[in-house]
Write a protein that binds this ligand. Structure first.
Ligand SMILES: *[C@@H]1O[C@H](CO)[C@@H](O)[C@H](O)[C@H]1NC(C)=O
Ligand SMILES: *[C@@H]1O[C@H](CO)[C@@H](O)[C@H](O)[C@H]1NC(C)=O
Ligand SMILES: *[C@@H]1O[C@H](CO)[C@@H](O)[C@H](O)[C@H]1NC(C)=O
Ligand SMILES: *[C@@H]1O[C@H](CO)[C@@H](O)[C@H](O)[C@H]1NC(C)=O
Ligand SMILES: *[C@@H]1O[C@H](CO)[C@@H](O)[C@H](O)[C@H]1NC(C)=O
Ligand SMILES: *[C@@H]1O[C@H](CO)[C@@H](O)[C@H](O)[C@H]1NC(C)=O
Ligand SMILES: *[C@@H]1O[C@H](CO)[C@@H](O)[C@H](O)[C@H]1NC(C)=O
Ligand SMILES: *[C@@H]1O[C@H](CO)[C@@H](O)[C@H](O)[C@H]1NC(C)=O
Ligand SMILES: *[C@@H]1O[C@H](CO)[C@@H](O)[C@H](O)[C@H]1NC(C)=O
Ligand SMILES: *[C@@H]1O[C@H](CO)[C@@H](O)[C@H](O)[C@H]1NC(C)=O
Ligand SMILES: *[C@@H]1O[C@H](CO)[C@@H](O)[C@H](O)[C@H]1NC(C)=O
Ligand SMILES: *[C@@H]1O[C@H](CO)[C@@H](O)[C@H](O)[C@H]1NC(C)=O
Length: 605
């Protein structure tokens, strides 16, 4: 899909064409192959330990790769001023003398790859002002010295990978004004050489692969005005890309792949409005949240393969009106809703195979578009429902769709009103289990109107089966809880009233209502929030479920207003009432149903 292959062609390919052995009148070193036309001399894999005699002076291409040379001296190439390509790769060179290439003003391409060089002293590359391609990868270089490439004004491609590099001095890349592609891979760098890189004003592609860097700092890339492609690949210990890491860059392609990243780097991607290709494959990303990528207005391809993606929330791709390719195969997605996309009709390629897809109404839009979307070579399949498991998308017939690919509204199994009592200090479990396709999500609303959706809220815990557990019930946990089960097809609710009984209190069996137990900062004293409580009261009254409770509360409210009105600031309000007969079926506390008058006590702020 993408095409950023610049700088990938083999620079020494030219040598491959030098096939013919041409007995030049000017001679050819024994054991080598020469071509008079291209002025090339190929002495590849000839066990030579020194430069052979008899190389014609006008030679332009010299291949000495895979020999046994150990050192390069200043005079070695003095006789060949016309040299344009020199390949010294695969020797055992451990040292290159300064001035070794002093006379080679026409050189375009130099390879010192796969040798045993530990240090390149200053002065080795002086005079190579026309060099466009330099490969010093696969050596034992530990440090790049300041100004070592100073004269290479025309260098476009530099390969320095596969070295023991631990440090790149701040001015190492000074002078590389034409450099367009830099690959730094398999090195021992522990941080991004921000200062050194800041000299590369014309750099277009930067490949940082197989590095052990574990932290990226804000403003890691400075003055790289023309950088368009950044590739951060195989950094196994990278787990975070902080905001502003990429600040100042204007990228079109970004790879952050094969790292330990566990969350989508939304913040770091801000200010990249020209990004068209984003590849976050092989990380540990689990979610894509909604509405977080608004700035990526030009994004065309998003690849997030082989991660641990569970959910792509609705509106996740809001703002991405040009998204044409989405590659999320080999993840844990059970669905991909239409509402995820800003413009679903723009989508051309969708790779979603190898996900545990639940084929219900949420996937209908994809199945209906199966002729206009390309699913790749590996067809996606449904993992449920049973009847169509394992069936490739393209084999779906319309009749099958309307029969299987459906949703049903949630239905809560428990009765619509539940009453619970709990002793102070004991756990309380409020049940709410719902059926439906897709599986409904259950949330609770506490008596004070607080929505409980996540797993843990102070002493409260929302279990996967919908049960709300209050670990150690307190007086102020009492009240009416509302359970909401919802899915794309609709929702269902249940009301559960909880009465917590005090143990060993001065006031016998006192019960308190209308506080928010999930507020862990609140003290034992109940703080009454009138607005919310009124609402709760109205709701329960309207439901006709807690009529007597409503009456009690209404009385209590009247009392409260009355006491305020009289200017009498009572700290406690006691409400006495006689419960209705059991036949009503709405008594809040069946455990003591037969008791006489009961009391409510309310502490005021
Ligand atoms: C470098 O290349 C240019 C043309 O590309 C040529 O004119 C010049 O002589 C070469 N050598 C030097 C030292 O610039
Ligand atoms: C670089 O890392 C490799 C592999 O971890 C290690 O063998 C080598 O000794 C390191 N080199 C330096 C100079 O630290
Ligand atoms: C990746 O992150 C996990 C959890 O944060 C950690 O346990 C693991 O060691 C990390 N892996 C590497 C290679 O750092
Ligand atoms: C960013 O790059 C795009 C094209 O890649 C270019 O059109 C735009 O002018 C650049 N913006 C800046 C601020 O350099
Ligand atoms: C995304 O990155 C992975 C890992 O680096 C690579 O295998 C894959 O080809 C990339 N995808 C594209 C479309 O470039
Ligand atoms: C993603 O999809 C593209 C096809 O659009 C494919 O070429 C690529 O290899 C896939 N995998 C990754 C990891 O990007
Ligand atoms: C629901 O209420 C009915 C009577 O109103 C009762 O028979 C049934 O057991 C209750 N079911 C549950 C699950 O509480
Ligand atoms: C729900 O899950 C919790 C914790 O796993 C368990 O204690 C409880 O009994 C379950 N409730 C129901 C109704 O299955
Ligand atoms: C519940 O469903 C009704 C329609 O059935 C809808 O009007 C209402 O907004 C839904 N409520 C929630 C919280 O989803
Ligand atoms: C409190 O209620 C319990 C039953 O829940 C009852 O046994 C006890 O007598 C009550 N205490 C008082 C003082 O009324
Ligand atoms: C918790 O209670 C305190 C004191 O009553 C109140 O100021 C605070 O806003 C409450 N916090 C929440 C999240 O309800
Ligand atoms: C909470 O109670 C502690 C002692 O029990 C007390 O020091 C603190 O002032 C109380 N805080 C509030 C907000 O009432």
């Amino acid at each position: 899909m993408t095409s950023y292959t610049e700088g990938k062609q083999n620079p020494f390919l030219g040598l491959a064409f030098v096939a013919a052995f041409v007995g030049s009148t000017l001679g050819c070193p024994s054991r080598c192959e020469c071509s008079a036309q291209t002025k090339a001399v190929v002495c590849h894999r000839k066990r030579m330990s020194t430069i052979p005699d008899g190389i014609p002076t006008e030679t332009r291409i010299l291949d000495l790769s895979k020999n046994k040379m150990t050192m390069i001296n200043p005079d070695d190439f003095i006789a060949f001023p016309g040299l344009e390509e020199l390949d010294l790769s695969g020797n055992v060179i451990s040292y290159v003398e300064p001035g070794a290439f002093n006379t080679l003003f026409n050189m375009h391409s130099l390879s010192l790859k796969s040798n045993r060089i530990k240090l390149i002293p200053l002065g080795v590359f002086t005079a190579l002002t026309n060099l466009t391609r330099l490969d010093i990868s696969d050596n034992k270089i530990v440090i790049l010295l300041d100004y070592m490439f100073q004269d290479l004004h025309n260098l476009k491609v530099l390969e320095v990978g596969d070295n023991d590099l631990v440090y790149i001095t701040p001015s190492a890349f000074s002078g590389l004004l034409s450099l367009e592609t830099l690959t730094l891979e398999r090195c021992n760098l522990t941080f991004v050489p921000t200062e050194a890189l800041s000299h590369l004003h014309n750099l277009i592609s930067l490949h940082l692969r197989y590095l052990t860097i574990s932290t990226l700092h804000p403003y890691s890339f400075k003055k790289l005005f023309r950088l368009r492609h950044l590739d951060i690949d195989n950094w196994p210990s990278l787990d975070r890309v902080p905001a502003n890491t990429l600040h100042g860059l204007n990228l079109t392609t970004l790879f952050i792949t094969n790292t330990n990243l566990s969350s989508f780097p939304y913040q770091a991607l801000k200010h990249l409005p020209y990004l068209t290709h984003l590849n976050l494959s092989y990380n540990r990303i689990r979610h894509i949240e909604g509405g977080m990528l608004l700035e990526l207005v030009r994004l065309r391809e998003l690849h997030l393969v082989g991660a641990q993606l569970f959910t792509i929330e609705p509106y996740a791709f809001q703002g991405l009106r040009d998204l044409k390719v989405l590659n999320v195969s080999h993840n844990r997605l059970d669905t991909l809703e239409k509402g995820v996309f800003q413009s679903p009709e723009a989508l051309e390629v969708l790779l979603i195979d190898h996900n545990p897809l639940v084929c219900d109404c949420r996937l209908m839009w994809i199945l209906q578009k199966k002729h206009s979307i390309f699913f790749g070579d590996s067809q996606p399949e449904c993992s449920t429902p049973e009847g169509i498991r394992g069936r490739p998308f393209k084999e779906f017939k319309e009749t099958l769709l309307s029969y299987y690919v459906t949703c049903t509204k949630p239905k809560i199994r428990e009765n619509k009103t539940q009453t619970y009592t709990a002793d102070e200090g004991q756990p309380a479990m409020l049940r709410c289990s719902a059926d439906g396709t897709p599986r409904p999500t259950v949330s609770w609303v506490s008596p004070r109107g607080r929505k409980l959706t996540g797993r843990s809220h102070g002493r409260m815990m929302l279990h996967n089966n919908g049960t709300l557990e209050i670990k150690s019930a307190e007086m102020q946990d009492s009240g009416v809880y509302v359970c909401l089960a919802s899915n794309t097809a609709g929702n269902d609710t249940l009301m559960a009233s909880l009465a917590v009984k005090s143990l060993g209190s001065l006031y016998a069996n006192r019960t308190q209502y209308y506080t928010d137990p999930s507020n862990t900062t609140a003290n034992g004293t109940a703080s009454v929030s009138l607005g919310l409580d009124l609402k709760t009261i109205l709701v329960s009254t309207a439901m006709g479920c807690f009529t007597f409770l409503g009456v009690v509360l209404f009385c209590f409210l009247l009392l409260f207003v009355w006491s305020r009105g009289k200017g009498k600031h009572k700290n406690n309000i006691d409400v006495e009432y006689v419960p209705r007969s059991k036949s009503n079926g709405t008594n809040v506390d069946s455990a003591e149903g037969q008791a006489g008058p009961r009391r409510f006590n309310m502490k005021m702020m």
